[in-house]
Design a protein. Structure first.
Length: 223
C-alpha cells in the first residue's frame, strides 16, 4: 500500500511557508504561533453559566460602565464581615484605680483614657474588680463615656451602669468582679481632648479599703 502525502501551505504573513506532511514517517513540523489582532475594541463579551476565567496578562485595566450589580454570597457558616467603623484599627487597653472612697460622700473616680481632639473610640470590653468591706456591696459603679453632641440638646456624655458580683471574701474584706463585652462609642470635639472615666460609690461609714480597678479595651477611629 502506498501512503499519500498531503502538502499544506500556511501563509503566516511573513512571506514564508511551512510544509506539513501527514504520513507514516517522522512527526509533523511544528507550526509557529500566529499573532491575532482584534480590531473592533471594545469587544462585547457575553458569558453564561458559571465559567472559570484565568487571566495572566500582567496588570490589566478593568473599566466598568453604568451601575453593575455585585452580589456577595454570605452565610452563617461562611460569613463575610463588614466593618462599618473602620477597616484599619488602632487598638488600645487602658486601666485605672479609683483609690478609696472619700469619708464624706463615699465617692471615688479615676480617668481610664483621654480621647484626643477630633478622634473617636469604640470600647469593646470592660473588666472591674472592687474591694469592699465584708458583707457590703458597691453602691454605684459607672463607666462614663464622653460624647460630642451631634444635635442641640444631646448629652455630652453617657453613663453605663455596671453590675458586679461577689467572688470571694473573709471576715473583713469582700472582692466583687465583672467582665463584659461592650459596645460603647466615645468622641472628642475638635477643640480639645475629653476623658473616659469610672465613678464608684460605697458606704463612707465603713472602714477601707473601698475602691475599684477597671480596664477597658477597644480601638480608636478617625484621623
Amino acid at each position: 500500500m502506498v501512503l499519500g502525502t498531503l502538502l499544506i501551505v500556511i501563509n503566516t504573513g511573513t512571506g514564508s511557508a511551512q510544509n506539513v506532511h501527514l504520513s507514516g514517517g517522522p512527526a509533523a513540523t511544528t507550526i509557529p504561533a500566529i499573532p491575532v489582532t482584534v480590531a473592533n475594541t471594545p469587544l462585547p463579551v457575553s458569558i453564561s453559566g458559571t465559567p472559570t476565567v484565568n487571566a495572566n496578562i500582567g496588570t490589566p485595566n478593568v473599566n466598568t460602565n453604568g451601575t453593575p450589580t455585585v452580589n456577595v454570597n454570605s452565610s452563617a457558616t461562611s460569613p463575610v464581615y463588614v466593618d462599618a467603623d473602620r477597616s484599619a484599627r488602632n487598638g488600645f487597653n487602658a486601666s485605672c484605680f479609683t483609690g478609696n472612697v472619700d469619708p464624706t460622700y463615699g465617692q471615688a473616680g479615676c480617668t481610664l483614657l483621654s480621647i484626643p481632639a477630633g478622634r473617636q473610640i469604640v470600647i469593646e470590653t470592660i473588666s472591674c474588680q472592687a474591694e469592699l468591706y465584708a458583707g457590703h456591696g458597691p453602691g454605684d459603679v459607672q463607666l462614663i463615656v464622653p460624647n460630642t453632641p451631634f444635635a442641640p440638646g444631646m448629652p455630652d456624655h453617657v453613663s453605663h451602669l455596671l453590675t458586679l458580683t461577689k467572688q470571694a471574701g473573709d471576715a473583713t474584706l469582700d472582692i466583687w468582679r465583672m467582665t463584659s463585652p461592650l459596645r460603647a462609642y466615645g468622641s472628642a470635639p475638635a477643640q480639645g481632648s475629653v476623658d473616659v472615666g469610672v465613678f464608684f460609690r460605697a458606704d463612707p461609714t465603713l472602714p477601707n479599703p473601698q475602691g475599684i480597678l477597671c480596664t477597658i479595651s477597644g480601638y480608636m477611629v478617625g484621623q
